[in-house]
Design a protein around this ligand. Structure first.
Ligand code: NDP
Length: 301
C-alpha cells in the first residue's frame, strides 16, 4: 500500500482563505474587525520567527494585529500588567504570550492571567475544562491538535470517528492530552501512550488513527502501523543531514515517513503536514472569538 499524502500546506491555505472571507463578511455585516495581539519576551530566534509569521498571517486575514516585543529582563509584573490591558481592550479578541518565557517569569501565572475568552492558545484552565467536558463551542483548543483534527477529518472524509481506535503517543498539555480529548469528542476510542507504556509497537498496531507527538526523530516504524491507518505526525525534529553538506540539518517527524507510507492509508509529511496548520488555526480561533462577540456562527473547517 502507498499512503495518501495529507497535504498540510494546502489545508492551511484553505483554512486561511476561509478565515479571510469570513472576516470580510463579519466586518461588512457588523463592523467588528477581529483583533489579535502576540507578546514575546526576549530574543529567542525560533520564537521571533513564529511571532513574525503570526503577525504576517493575521494581516493577510484582514485582522487588526499587534505585536509586543519586550526585553528579556522584563519584570513579571510588567508582563502581567500588559496582559491585564489586553484583557480589557475591546478591539483585541484573542492574544497570547509566546512560550517559552525567560526563567524569572512564571509561565503558569502568565497563562492563567489571560482572559479565558481571549485565550486563543487554549492553555488556560477554563479552556482545558471546557475541552475535557466536551463544551467545544465555547472552548479555545490548542492550535496544533486543533489543526491535526482538521487534517484527520479531511483525510478520512468524516467528522464522526465512531468505531475507530485512536492511539496518541505523547501526553503533553499542549499536544497529546488535548488531541486525545478532541478524538474522544469525535467518538473515537482513545488510548494515550507515553514513555512508560508497555509494548508501544503492539499498541500502535491497534490504531486506526495513530498520532505521534513525542519529539523523537523517526521513532515510529512501519511495523508499528496497522495497514490502512491514518497517521498524523506532529513531531518536528532537527537532525544532522550530512548528505546536504557539512554541518547541514533537516527537519523530520516522529514517524519514519518513507517506510510508514508503504503501510498507512494516509499520512502527514514533515515538513508540510501538521506544522503548517498551527498558525492557520490560531487565526481561526481569533476569528471565532470575534464571531462569538458579534453573535455570529464562526465557519467550520
Ligand atoms: P513533550 O516533550 O512535552 O512531550 C513528549 C511526550 O512524548 C511525553 O508525553 C513523553 O512521555 C512522550 N515520550 C517521550 N519519549 C517517548 C518514548 N520513547 N516512547 C513513548 N512516549 C515517549 O513534547 P510536545 O508534546 O510539546 O511536542 C511533541 C512533538 O511535537 C515535538 O517534536 C515538538 O517539536 C512537536 N510540536 C509541533 C508543533 C507544531 O506546530 N507542529 C507544536 C508543538 C509541538 P512522558 O510524559 O512519559 O515523558
Amino acid at each position: 500500500m502507498t499512503a495518501k499524502v495529507i497535504d498540510g500546506t494546502a489545508a492551511a491555505e484553505n483554512v486561511l482563505a476561509t478565515v479571510k472571507s469570513a472576516t470580510q463578511k463579519l466586518v461588512a455585516d457588523t463592523g467588528i474587525q477581529p483583533g489579535i495581539a502576540v507578546i514575546i519576551v526576549g530574543e529567542d530566534p525560533a520564537s521571533q520567527s513564529y511571532v513574525r509569521s503570526k503577525g504576517k498571517r493575521a494581516e493577510e486575514c484582514g485582522f487588526k494585529s499587534e505585536t509586543y516585543r519586550l526585553p528579556a529582563d522584563t519584570p513579571e509584573a510588567d508582563l502581567l500588567a500588559l496582559i491585564d490591558k489586553l484583557n480589557k481592550d475591546d478591539s483585541i479578541h484573542g492574544f497570547l504570550v509566546q512560550l517559552p518565557v525567560p526563567d524569572h517569569i512564571d509561565d503558569g501565572k502568565v497563562i492563567q492571567a489571560v482572559d479565558p475568552d481571549k485565550d486563543v492558545d487554549g492553555f488556560n484552565f477554563v479552556n482545558v475544562g471546557r475541552l475535557v467536558t466536551g463544551q467545544l463551542g465555547e472552548a479555545f483548543v490548542p492550535c496544533t491538535p486543533n489543526g491535526s483534527m482538521v487534517l484527520l477529518r479531511r483525510a478520512l472524509g468524516a467528522a464522526d470517528l465512531s468505531g475507530l481506535n485512536a492511539v496518541v503517543v505523547g501526553r503533553s498539555n499542549i499536544v497529546g492530552k488535548p488531541m486525545a480529548h478532541l478524538l474522544l469528542a469525535a467518538n473515537a476510542t482513545v488510548t494515550i501512550a507515553h514513555s512508560r507504556t508497555k509494548d508501544l509497537p503492539g499498541l500502535c498496531r491497534t490504531a486506526d488513527i495513530l498520532v505521534a507527538a513525542v519529539g523523537r526523530p523517526e521513532m515510529i516504524k512501519a511495523d508499528w502501523v496497522k495497514p490502512g491507518a491514518c497517521v498524523i505526525d506532529v513531531g518536528i525534529n532537527r537532525v544532522p543531514a550530512p548528505e546536504k553538506g557539512e554541518g547541514k540539518y533537516k527537519v523530520v517527524g516522529d514517524v519514519a515517513y518513507d517506510e510508514c507510507a508503504e503501510v498507512a492509508g494516509s499520512i502527514t509529511p514533515v515538513p508540510g503536514g501538521v506544522g503548517k496548520m498551527t498558525v492557520a488555526m490560531l487565526m481561526a480561533s481569533t476569528l471565532a472569538s470575534a464571531c462569538r462577540k458579534a453573535g455570529v456562527e464562526p465557519p467550520s473547517y
